[in-house]
Design a protein around this ligand. Sequence first.
Ligand code: ZN
Length: 188
Amino acid sequence: MNQLLLAVDTSGRPSRWLTWQDAVTQDVLGKISYGFGDFEFTFKGGVNRFTGRESQITLKSILVIASQSPVRWHSSSIPLSNSALFRRDRNMCAYCGKVAFREMTRDHITPLSKGGKDTWLNCCTCCAACNAKKDAFSLEQIGWELLYLPYAPTHQEGLILQNRRILFDQMELLRASLPKHSRVLELN
Ligand SMILES: [Zn+2]
């Protein structure tokens, strides 16, 4: 099963995605307070050799977990990955506007060799052709402008960028926690 389950903290704020293995572990450890949501998943475990019964665990799509370590809600709490970056930028090259789902690259707007950092704010989606042309030049040197401004997603926005297979009920909860002007709301 590829579906991820959404963990929320006790105040109802979405905190992270769980693989089914993570979720079952949390359940076995007794960490799940309760589950809600419109979808239910049943996982089959081993067969008890004394009773002959097969164990199974049923979990909802959204799980309330009392977390030991509090979530850090600032923007850098969601790691920068190429797939999340391309999703943030809607697969559009920041320099020529080409939209493609293959052969996109992560461009460092201020190149690493010029002291630029590998962060959400210094990275944009870039097609292979523009990346080759831009090379290690800064925008000033090459005379290019960005077609859109990069932004650092909030924790909730980052959760949406991280997962391409969000269930309807999970999305509803995530959307409710976004600021009204969030650019992530423009994603389809
Ligand atoms: Zn391009």
